[in-house]
Design a protein around this ligand. Sequence first.
Ligand code: DI6
Ligand code: FE
Length: 402
Amino acid sequence: MIRADRLITDCRLATMSTEGEPYGAIDDGAILIRDVRIAWVGARADLPKHEATETDRLDGRWVTPGLIDCHTHLVFGGDRSGEFEQRLNGATYEDIARAGGGIVSTMAATRAASEDELYASALTRLAGLKATGVTTVEIKSGYGLERGTELTMLRVARRIGREAGVRVRTSYLGLHAVPPEHRGDRAAYVDLAIDDILPAAHAEGLVDAVDGFCEGIAFSPAQIARLFAVAAELGLPVKLHAEQLSNLGGAALAAQHGALSADHLEYLDEAGVMAMAAAGTVAVILPGAFYTLHERQAPPIDLLRRHGVPMAVATDMNPGSSPMASLLLAMNMACTLFRLTPAEALAGATVHAAKALGLSDRGQLVAGQVADLAVWTCAHPAELAYRIGFNPLHQRIIGGVL
Ligand code: DI6
Ligand code: FE
């Protein structure tokens, strides 16, 4: 006899369990929820004896795991629509960054904003993500580039996790860009970001993972390696923006440090793919940035598939390269631009996204995981990636609560 808080029934399930067909589909399913977790899930015909306080009948709707956006820069000040105009008048993303715009211009706006302003503006973007079924969101720092503002960004992220109806995982991204006050001495900023800001943020319990931007316009593999060494001393997992605009071997470096994920990967080569496969590092695919920057080289999806590297899909929600607040749209772009299948895209926003965050308690419909669910009014889960600008979301359930 299972005593449950809630029975969900009259529904179809995309369990995203790794056995069987790609969606792990169950045609006439049921879920029992007890104490914020899934107590039982399966075919309605196999429902065990139970007593449920509440019953939800979903009229044949599809239930998936709540979506997980595993790579965002949700908290920042200002906006960069002016740079969008500059790029359409011929400037490149790298030109703008080298001229002191780009990440550094958002840094100035973020430093100038109060904690409450950062929280309020992040909520407007979060609303878009929640409306597309997101129940867990990763949020990075990286627009403070000084101790005070980096910590403020992470505190705002934690507050979102407490107050805004979504679960949050934070990443410290101090090595995102060099702030103007250190332009003459980049090494001094690297030292500050690694030896001062990171330990301070960690001591305050603000850091779930450590990230960096390994790129010609950002930080070198040697600088990233030093960041990862300190993360390891602090017991923090790592991830990396790698091979977005060029190939510096960042993905292989991340894999050597046991990274949870390497993200972007347009310029990834087979050696990098093999290093990721060997380390179990997830490939986080970010089609919003590829689309926005009008890039030409797609990530090597076939190689990732062939070597069995799990692929996650995320929005990269940020003011410069991906001002996109819909995870469903990211899934659509992953299919249309990069040729992922709709099932791969959904796995990329659920089970593999969880893995990219080092989480095994969500991302699938299996007993024991938290009861974070998305309910969709659609005829088949392939519709989630197929439709553009439609939103079939019926409801979100977090920890068993509507
Ligand atoms: N790569 C990106 O696409 C974002 N950060 C990064 O390292 C862009 C951030 C920005 O342009 O503000
Ligand atoms: Fe990013």
